[in-house]
Design a protein around this ligand. Structure first.
Ligand code: F6P
Length: 375
């Protein structure tokens, strides 16, 4: 008789709505459908290093479908760079050892781009790893959607809807900052759905004078308010050039010293970029003479009840993950492709980011309806 399979599961990276729905999807399929055993590790990869486990049974998996966050807790710890007692260590071999000690047949990792990279590392170290894509940024490569994006999109859109009242009543510019350091899916999607007048994303560097022109054009025809939806990582053309140059230096570095210098340069540029949204609002006020205000959405976008679309996605991907484990398919991310799911080898996903192509249909649609994209 075949032995009962034992699987571990963890959530890593930033929390996002739908993680619990995914844990439930994997868990109920594994437990109820395939009669496997499942154990959760707390706080991402750290839980498996520090032996912090949570046995997942019918009771633990009940009532979590609609709960935000993750019942397992999460962290941004990476197997190969974990701070233990104030020092950074490569804990990969400890994870491999504990995986064996717990008698696991598979480890399910729910996470974004960083987690896919970490998972590949664990696969190369000999673990039967399988991942699910989650992040409100929707920037994991080779999946149509990531768990959390739909909910964040709903929240950001509703915020833009609500900001219209004050912008309109007070004849103001309201600059609203939406999450997304490297990818603009959330700002673009919410901006279009909420009817923002200006949408700024990291993939399309902006010229502040072009934005001011667009706002002034609106004022000239009697529309003396504007909503500017700006992604965290959106930047002016000059800043984008400086970032690109530093990133190029980092990639071309011939030795550790050059790499270190490029990293310092990038960190300095990041530091300079913080507060960009406030500076942008001030610049627009000066250029247009319209009063400007800022609303930063922050963690509101990642919190609370997951949308039906996220619950559905998480359940689809989670149950497909259970099927793949049953079939002994490992070393893959369970991707969403239209109505179907598809196992994609981790080598094809790790280190890649799905950013908004400049000619993406969403970008084209925004331009057609007269939205200023700052370029
Ligand atoms: O990756 C998801 C995300 O919410 C990004 O949009 C945001 O830039 C980042 O996480 C914030 O990370 P943290 O919560 O670790 O500061």
């Amino acid at each position: 008789m075949a032995q009962t399979k034992r699987i571990g599961i963890l959530t890593a990276g930033g929390d996002s709505p739908g993680l619990n729905a995914a844990i439930r999807g994997v868990g109920k399929t594994a437990l109820g459908f395939y009669s496997m055993e499942i154990v959760g590790f707390r706080d991402g990869f750290r839980g498996i290093v520090e032996d912090r486990r949570l046995k997942l049974d019918r009771a633990t998996l009940a009532g979590i479908l609609t709960v935000g966050g993750t019942i397992l807790g999460t962290s941004r710890d990476k197997p190969q760079r974990m701070t233990i007692d104030g020092r950074v260590h490569d804990m990969t071999s400890v994870i491999v050892k504990n995986y064996g000690r717990y008698g696991l047949d598979a480890l399910v990792c729910l996470g974004g781009g960083g987690t896919q990279k970490s998972a590949l590392r664990l696969k190369e170290a000999g673990i039967n790893v399988i991942t699910l894509p989650k992040t409100i940024d929707n920037d994991v490569a080779l999946t149509d959607l990531t768990i959390g994006f739909s909910t964040a999109l709903d929240i950001a859109t509703e915020t833009i809807d609500r900001l219209h009242s004050t912008a309109h009543s007070h004849h103001r510019i309201i600059v609203t900052e939406i999450m997304g350091h490297r990818a603009g899916w959330l700002a673009l999607g919410a901006g279009i759905a909420g009817g923002a007048d200006v949408i700024l994303i990291p993939e399309i560097p902006y010229d502040v004078h072009k934005i001011a022109d667009a706002i002034r054009r609106r004022s000239r025809v009697g529309t003396n308010f504007s909503i500017v939806a700006v992604a965290e990582g959106a930047m002016a053309k000059d800043d984008a050039r400086a970032f690109q140059a530093a990133e190029g230096r980092k990639e071309r570095a011939r030795n550790q010293r050059e790499k270190h210098e490029a990293k310092l340069e990038l960190a300095a540029l990041e530091a300079k970029h913080s507060g960009n949204t406030l500076r942008l609002a001030k610049q627009l006020e000066e250029l247009t003479h319209l009063e400007s205000r800022v609303t930063i959405l922050g963690y509101v976008q990642r919190g609370g009840i997951p949308s039906p679309a996220d619950r559905l996605l998480a359940t689809r991907l989670g149950s497909a993950c259970g099927d793949l484990i049953n079939e002994n398919v490992f070393g893959v991310m369970v991707a969403s492709r239209g109505d179907r799911t598809e196992p994609v080898p981790l080598e094809r996903v790790a280190g890649k980011r799905k950013i908004v192509p400049p000619d993406h249909p969403w970008v084209e649609a925004a331009r057609r309806v007269g939205t200023c994209l700052g370029d």
